[in-house]
Write a protein that binds this ligand. Sequence first.
Ligand code: NAP
Length: 332
Amino acid sequence: MPDTYRKIVAHKYSKNFREASEIVSTEIVEPGPSQILVRNSFGGVNASDVNISGGVYFSDGNFPFDLGCESVGEVVAVGSGVTEFKAGDAVASPQMGSAYSEMLCRNVEQFIKVPHCSPEYLSVSVAGLTASIGLHEAGNMGSGETVLITAAAGGVGNWCVQLAKLAGNHVIGTCSTQEKAKELKSLGCDRVIVYSEEDLGEVLATEYPEGINLVFEQVGGQTFDTCVDHIAQRGRILICGFISEYMGDPQEVTGPRIYHKLLWKSAQLQAFLYKDWPDKITSHLEALIEQVAGGHINPLLDPKEFLGLESAADAVEYLHSGKNTGKVVVRY
Ligand SMILES: NC(=O)c1ccc[n+]([C@@H]2O[C@H](COP(=O)([O-])OP(=O)(O)OC[C@H]3O[C@@H](n4cnc5c(N)ncnc54)[C@H](OP(=O)(O)O)[C@@H]3O)[C@@H](O)[C@H]2O)c1
């Protein structure tokens, strides 16, 4: 066992992840009571990594702080009194500061056991959880509904497609390229709209004149406005994120307030952050892990290889270039 490990910390607030971050070396300590020491094998890249580095989630001015928010690794040592985990167990950690670190020494509540130390189970911990809590808890997803997922071929999006199909819905997904469309069709997406070739609003107006029952919206800007325009009577729009505005200043919009569009359709607008359902996190994670282990869900993983902490900023920029299909993973 070495004496030190490396991790990425933010030394200032900036949405430019590369500028905000630096790799530092830190001492390995013995896990205390109720703690475990984990060697990370995979770190998950998330759209919101730039919001975390930019001080959007918290801006208490305490520097440095650890970056990233999901990892999978193997337990190497356990503290006194720990009975839930043993050395060799594979664990996932959907926690702030977990992704870009070669090792983690934290309390047991920050980890969940997974069947294998593999990127599929990394994808469960934030992407799967977000899709599941969003659709089931915030969105009250039923079956036999028309469900629209934007950025459907992304880390969270591919989970949404699979969960909405498993629940027995008609699923529409948006993406930018035919290559992504092919992946979405293989996941069972009923109608893929390649928005670089087809106009989203026109397709929805022509093919779904009754509107959409449930929208899982992740892009923002004009995409969000189009979804609002095509919501069904008593439809629900979930705001999961708005990646198109993360890197710049918020767009100023002048126009009638949104209730002019929602009231006449008895429609709901529901924003959500999965962390605001803390009592549901464990049960959703356990169900998702079972679905992956049983082969009912096949998390989409982006094939581009990112190796080591040095590649993390490249991986974050790659995700924000919109080129990824599925979860972007950094391997350690
Ligand atoms: N609410 C929560 O608790 C929660 C938790 C995790 C993530 N999220 C949100 O979920 C969304 C997806 O996150 P993710 O990490 O899984 O990312 P991702 O979907 O894997 O990657 C982003 C995808 O967004 C699409 N996109 C559309 N417009 C874009 C733009 N202007 N710039 C860059 N990409 C654009 C691209 O796909 P196309 O090229 O196919 O359009 C791109 O591949 C984000 O909005 C994120 O903030 C929310």
